[in-house]
Design a protein around this ligand. Structure first.
Ligand SMILES: CC(=O)SCCNC(=O)CCNC(=O)[C@H](O)C(C)(C)COP(=O)(O)OP(=O)(O)OC[C@H]1O[C@@H](n2cnc3c(N)ncnc32)[C@H](O)[C@@H]1OP(=O)(O)O
Ligand SMILES: O=C(O)CCC(=O)C(=O)O
Ligand SMILES: [Zn+2]
Length: 449
């Protein structure tokens, strides 16, 4: 299908794009001969491919642009500055800000954030229009992320312009931004519902103008990782500039799509804290970091101050009036809680058995829950050891059975489990420990001790 599409585009493009799969084939050969000595790494797909940038990417953090499009978002200037500083400390390479054309305050906020002198480059996101571009340049930002819709939906129902108009205006805007010495990215909104020939023609034209990046945007969240892989691989063969990607999460693929894009030659990924954005948002910074850590832990640890993640999420959650989700990547309250007995035993022997992320690397701690009916004697024994009680394995097994019976009524708090263990330990001194277990029928009895 790609081949027939590209034949409409031209011979050079077809030859370039068709070269990409052979590069992948070559890498498959490399992969199969590479060793997978590190047991913490996945045994498939861990070798780097020729096109892959999973160990060489940049984050364009868009909480202060896409995130401001989240239904609940209202950021004061002070809050924007706090978020910008926190993200800068975390180490993101770029901050993307709302267009200064949006409102007077948006314009002033751009200038205020530029004035902070952060390490991260400051971008603002503008329509493909000279008025917006001129206003943006006045704010002193490092670069402009220029966008215009290319799908027939947006050409007909949003801006109403045809492809020739888009190319002409893009040329004017890009030449202007470059003449001001700023970085410029050109992106096609709704790329995955755009005509592939139109799209590639447009990207090739703006690449020739010398843009720093072209952008692919899955504006409605319709793309799957294989579609992303195909488009990015094709684009990689057509343009020489960097490739940024922006994925919405309407159908749950945003992070996987970002990963597929990097594997196939994209260089920059858009994120927002907690994934906030238009509708249900884009890849969350934390989720994207989790994915990339699993792919190349040392690279991610060397670039980003991972211990800052939780603070940043709390700042943003608080600012937009939401809670950090219980199952949030890395910082969700149960992200490092192990419950089932089988898991608990193995985790206590070696955390890598059931953890791909090391909680310590993110300033988080592991927790093994024991006061429930799925517990096992190894987990209980571990707690006994933590409390320094001189109990045997047989004791631990008996207590575990009691905990299970009680937890069939309701789960026990750790406090109650500890009370039970201590009381049993004391009773062992005068050999009355069996009676302790026999005399308890409900968790409430322990709570009342
Ligand atoms: C997919 C995305 O998230 S893209 C980024 C979205 N970001 C924003 O919209 C930023 C916040 N937006 C705003 O503050 C306002 O929409 C503004 C200031 C940009 C424009 O406001 P208004 O002039 O009142 O226009 P309105 O919002 O009703 O419509 C959008 C206008 O931009 C035009 N337009 C839409 N997309 C583009 C584009 N990418 N490039 C150029 N023009 C565009 C539309 O045709 C329409 O023009 P019209 O006034 O001739 O009808
Ligand atoms: O500028 C871009 O690449 C993305 C714009 C956007 O937010 C989107 O298309 O969803
Ligand atoms: Zn978006």
């Amino acid at each position: 299908m790609l081949s027939s599409t590209l034949s409409r585009f031209g011979n050079t493009a077809r030859r370039q794009a068709m070269r990409a799969p052979s590069l992948i084939a070559r890498n498959l050969a490399t992969m199969s001969s590479s060793s997978t000595k590190d047991p913490s790494r996945s045994s498939i797909g861990s070798a780097s491919s020729y096109l892959s940038n999973v160990s060489n990417f940049k984050i364009i953090e868009s909480t202060l642009r896409e995130g401001e499009q989240f239904a609940n978002a209202f950021f004061t200037t002070e809050k924007k500055i706090e978020i910008a500083k926190a993200l800068d400390e975390f180490g993101v390479e770029y901050l993307e800000l709302t267009s200064p054309a949006a409102s007077t305050q948006s314009y002033n906020d751009c200038k205020a954030i530029v004035g902070l002198g952060l390490k991260a480059k400051i971008l603002t996101h503008v329509r493909c229009h000279m008025d917006d571009a001129k206003l943006a340049v006045q704010t002193g930002v490092d670069g402009l992320d220029v966008v215009i819709g290319t799908s027939s939906y947006l050409r007909e129902f949003s801006h109403g312009k045809d492809m020739q108009y888009i190319i002409d205006t893009a040329t004017e805007v890009i030449n202007y931004v470059k003449s001001e010495g700023l970085e410029v990215r050109f992106s096609s909104e709704d790329s995955f519902r755009s005509d592939i020939v139109d799209l590639l023609n447009l990207y090739r034209a703006v690449d020739k103008l010398g843009v720093n990046r072209v952008g692919i945007a899955d504006t409605v969240g319709c793309a799957s990782p294989d579609q992303v892989a195909e488009l990015v691989r094709t684009l990689r063969a057509i343009v020489s500039c960097d490739i940024e990607c922006h994925f919405h999460n309407d159908t749950g693929c945003a992070i996987a799509n970002a990963y597929a894009a990097l594997q196939n030659g994209a260089t920059h990924v858009d994120t927002s804290v907690l994934g906030i954005g238009e509708r249900n948002g884009i890849p969350s910074l934390g989720g994207f970091i989790a994915r990339m850590y699993a792919a190349d832990k040392e690279y991610v640890k060397s670039k980003y101050n991972l211990h800052k993640l939780r603070d940043i999420e709390n700042i943003v959650a608080d600012a937009v009036g939401v809670s950090v989700p219980f199952n949030n990547y890395i910082t969700g309250y149960c992200a490092f809680t192990h419950k089932a007995g089988i898991h608990a035993k193995a985790i206590l022997n070696n955390p890598s058995t059931y953890e791909i992320l090391r909680p310590e690397d993110f300033g988080m701690t592991r927790y093994v829950a024991i006061g429930h009916r799925l517990t096992g004697w190894n987990a209980v024994k571990n707690r006994v050891e933590q409390l320094g009680l001189p109990l045997t394995d047989a004791d631990c097994k008996q207590i575990t059975n009691k905990i299970k019976n009680l937890a069939d009524i309701r789960p026990l708090s750790l406090d109650d489990v500890d009370k039970l263990l201590r009381k049993y330990g004391q009773a062992k001194e005068d050999n009355s420990h069996h009676a302790i277990l026999e005399n308890i029928d409900t968790p409430d009895q322990i709570t009342e001790w």
